[in-house]
Design a protein around this ligand. Structure first.
Ligand code: PMP
Length: 454
């Protein structure tokens, strides 16, 4: 490597346009330049080590530097570095990967469609919803119901589906047949005194009203993350999906589960759909499928949708959708190695154990802190919402940027977290051990108390 360590920050600022970064923050603080990783830790260019409480972007589920994955990728890259699956071509390792994925699906699935990112996968799903409805003679069933606070991607359509106004306004979005319904954000959105169950029923009634208003014959699908991630780390309140799903079924609306974060073990089950007892018609996955070692996504297509596609194949002709990397052999090799490690490392059992430990340790360390409003999540997907007043849930003034202050205080203590407003989030590698959880909680507790003294 020829990069001058001392100049790296300056060269970064002169060359790199950073995703999801405020240019003013970058100018003020400079970038943190990471150069290596091992296990749950990453090291910056100056040799400073950090405990990565976010597994990169909730993706490095098996930890950094896993030889089993890098070797599989290197070997595949030497053997066949690229080919594709257009026009009836295929690749041995990609076939093997598709079969391995179908075997692990939460409910019987008929086909897998590959891509390179969660965003492109959700684009694929939206187009499949339209394709399916068109083929079965209901082309007007096009609208996609998505939820406020959801995150489904950064493309024009997927950013539109995403329920975060900050991703809409600067780009004149949303665009396309998208309607948003309320987020199941119990802590902030439930009326005073309402139980979780009642709130779920309330949201179901809102959804019913929305469907009646729009017309069920205009609605194709409902998209949902199992636990909402980037929009504030929001787990569904008790009974939420039990209330929602029958309404979708009654109105002939497909259920698309966006398992880009929750797939491959993050919630302590292989799939978030299993955590919540769901039988989706389509499942979007990415990130953990290769543990972040290769950009890859996998869309799962249920027999219900596939049967319509297959039985109309002659009439439909060419399926006019696909990406250059819709079957990448190196990605497939990475995925096969990662899937094997999820089984061999007993990842699911570890997530359950460390999740319990992380929740109870966070509550013990910070549960009585005056600014800790809510500690919530599922599995190893946990958020801590900080508030100015616990009794009234009044938020800190936005201008204080309290979440960011805590994030920086944590980084000073060599812990990486993520601030979604004033909700600090943890989604560490799923192979984190008990001592590392203790270290995470200790450092985070110190960071919170440094910014918000008791
Ligand atoms: N869906 C969800 C639930 C996500 O969290 C993300 C990314 N964090 C995406 C889709 C988009 O994935 P990508 O950034 O790989 O396009």
């Amino acid at each position: 490597m020829t990069l001058d360590i001392q100049l790296a920050g300056r060269i970064d600022q002169q060359s790199l346009f950073h995703p999801f970064t405020a240019i003013t923050d970058l100018k003020a603080d400079g970038p943190t330049v990471i150069s290596s990783g091992k296990g749950v830790r990453i090291t910056d260019i100056h040799g400073q080590e950090y405990l990565d409480g976010m597994a990169g972007l909730w993706c490095v589920n098996l930890g950094y530097g896993r030889e089993e994955i890098t070797e599989a990728m290197a070997e595949q890259s030497r053997k066949l570095s690229f080919f594709h699956a257009f026009n009836g071509m295929s690749i041995d390792v990609t076939i093997e990967c598709a079969e391995a994925l179908l075997k692990r699906a939460p409910v019987p699935m008929a086909r897998v469609f590959f891509g390179a990112s969660g965003s492109d996968a959700n684009e694929t799903q939206a187009k499949l919803v339209w394709y399916y409805n068109q083929l079965r003679g209901k082309p007007e069933k096009k609208k996609l119901i998505c939820r406020w606070n959801s995150y489904h991607g950064s493309g024009v359509l997927t950013a539109s589906m995403t329920g975060l106004p900050g991703m809409h306004a600067p780009f004149l979005l949303p665009m396309g047949p998208i309607v948003h319904t309320d987020a199941p954000y119990y802590y902030r959105k439930a009326p005073e005194g309402m139980s979780e169950r009642e709130f779920s029923r309330h949201l179901a009634r809102e959804l019913e009203a929305l469907i009646a208003r729009e017309g069920a014959d205009t609605i194709g699908a409902f998209f949902a993350e199992a636990v909402m991630g980037a929009g504030g780390l929001i787990p569904p309140p008790e009974g939420y999906f039990e209330e929602i799903v029958p309404i979708l079924r009654a109105n002939d609306i497909l259920l698309v589960m966006d398992e880009v974060v929750s797939g491959y073990g993050r919630l302590g089950t292989y799939w978030g759909s299993q955590t919540y007892g769901l039988e989706p018609d389509l499942i979007t996955s990415a990130k953990g499928v290769t543990s972040g070692y290769f950009p890859m996504s996998a869309c799962f297509i249920s027999p219900k949708v596939w049967d319509v596609i297959e039985s109309n194949a002659e009439r439909a002709g060419l399926f006019g959708h696909g990406y250059t990397y819709s079957a990448h052999p190196v990605g497939a090799a990475a995925a096969l190695a990662a899937l094997r490690l999820i089984d061999e490392d007993n990842v699911l059992a570890n997530v359950q154990e460390q999740s319990d430990h992380l929740f109870s340790s966070l509550r013990a360390r910070l549960g009585d802190h005056w600014a800790v409003g809510d500690i919530r999540g599922k599995g190893l997907m946990i958020g801590v919402e900080l508030v100015k007043d616990r009794a009234t849930k009044e938020a800190f003034p936005m201008a204080n940027r309290t979440g960011r202050q805590v994030l920086k205080a944590a980084a000073k203590r060599s812990l990486i977290t993520r601030a979604l407003g004033d909700t600090l989030v943890f989604a560490p590698p799923l192979v984190i051990n008990r001592a590392e959880v203790d270290e995470l909680v200790e450092k985070f507790g110190d960071a919170v108390e440094a910014v918000l003294p008791r």
